[in-house]
Ligand binder design. Structure first.
Ligand code: HEM
Length: 311
């Protein structure tokens, strides 16, 4: 299906679904709707990274201010199993961006290394099923079953005690360097000294409470790493449901994210968090999103954010 047709149908159906789900005038995100926390962080690019990885924002050892949004994919209740999301926006970025506002670089990640669907066509089938309230039908329809998707959806939903102890992956690939031919996936790997071992306030907002408790004890830290595509067949660009084997090509750390204690659980910060939006195309050309799955996301995310934030 042509990209424009995918974008048009996805955007139309997503607008209908999220408008229907609006509560007290707030239109939620289609995916990753529950904001656990939006937090300020520092993104420090390391000095000692291999020369071939010194591309785009990783070209020089530098610290960027960052905004992070932690979210639940489907559940409003933090105690339930779910996929968690992490969205990152760096500011003070020099160079032309491919889309959006100058000066910002976004990274969008999920808590499982593969997406539950392979292609945007499969994602569209899922959106159709969700709109018809027949999500299970997408997986089990005997005429067009998606059993691999069911397996990934099952494995990727986990209980978590704190989003700072979760590992995240981009699942889709990106360029690394404008003319290097290098293709990478991203991962954000927990590296705090402190780990949550028990829910402090078990229940609906336990992840938000865990974030607060962690930051009161100690700063939180993650490593930011890239995995280079070394084999086009086993590490495909056009199938987001395939995990690139870390034994074949390990993730290499290029930066560190640090979060200090801060007041985030207040009405202004939570409202700004709800209204914020991220886009994989808010990036430098050196980090261009690759593949058809990423291609459709540029306009689908922008259209969905416009529906959410229209006055
Ligand atoms: C064709 C593929 C995809 C479609 C149609 C899609 C759709 C969407 C939509 C409509 C939103 C809400 C945007 C907004 O209202 O601002 C969203 C958010 C999100 N998606 Fe996707 N998505 C796709 C692929 C992916 C992939 C591959 C990932 C893997 C990391 C992902 C992770 C996320 C995350 C973490 C958010 C939350 C962003 C935020 O914090 O605002 N999505 N997605």
């Amino acid at each position: 299906m042509p990209i424009e047709d995918l974008v048009a149908e996805m955007s139309m159906r997503i607008a209908a679904v999220i408008s229907d789900e609006a509560e007290s005038g707030i239109v939620p995100r289609f995916n990753q709707a529950k904001s656990i926390a939006c937090l300020d962080a520092q993104f420090r690019v390391h000095a000692d990274i291999p020369v071939e990885l010194k591309q785009g924002i990783f070209a020089e050892a530098k610290t960027y201010p960052a905004k992070l949004r932690f979210a639940n994919a489907t559940s409003r209740d933090d105690a339930e199993k779910d996929v968690r999301g992490l969205s990152i926006r760096l500011s003070g970025v020099k160079g032309e961006v491919l889309w959006g506002e100058p000066g910002f670089q976004d990274f969008i990640l999920n808590s499982y290394p593969a997406l539950f669907v392979a292609t945007p066509e499969d994602f569209l089938s899922f959106i159709r099923a969700r709109q018809a309230n027949k999500k299970l039908w997408f997986f089990l329809n005997p005429l067009d079953p998606h059993l691999k998707s069911l397996g990934i959806a099952f494995k990727s939903r986990q209980k978590h005690l704190c989003p700072f102890d979760v590992r995240y992956w981009s699942t889709t690939p990106y360029r690394l360097g404008e003319n290097t031919g290098q293709v990478v996936k991203y991962s954000v790997i927990p590296s705090s000294d402190y780990t949550t071992i028990q829910a402090v306030e078990p229940g609906r907002h336990q992840l938000r409470a865990a974030v607060k408790a962690h930051l009161q004890q100690a700063p939180a830290q993650f490593h930011f790493a890239v995995q280079i595509q070394t084999d086009a067949y086993s590490m495909p660009i056009e199938d987001a449901s395939v995990i690139w084997d870390e034994a074949v090509s390990p993730f290499r750390i290029v930066a560190t994210l640090t979060l200090e204690n801060q007041d985030f659980d207040n009405p202004e910060t939570m409202t700004a968090c709800e209204r914020s939006s991220f886009n994989p195309w808010q990036c430098l050309a050196a980090h261009e999103p690759l593949g058809r799955m990423n291609q459709v996301r540029r306009e689908v995310y922008a259209n969905a954010a416009a529906v959410r934030n229209k006055e």
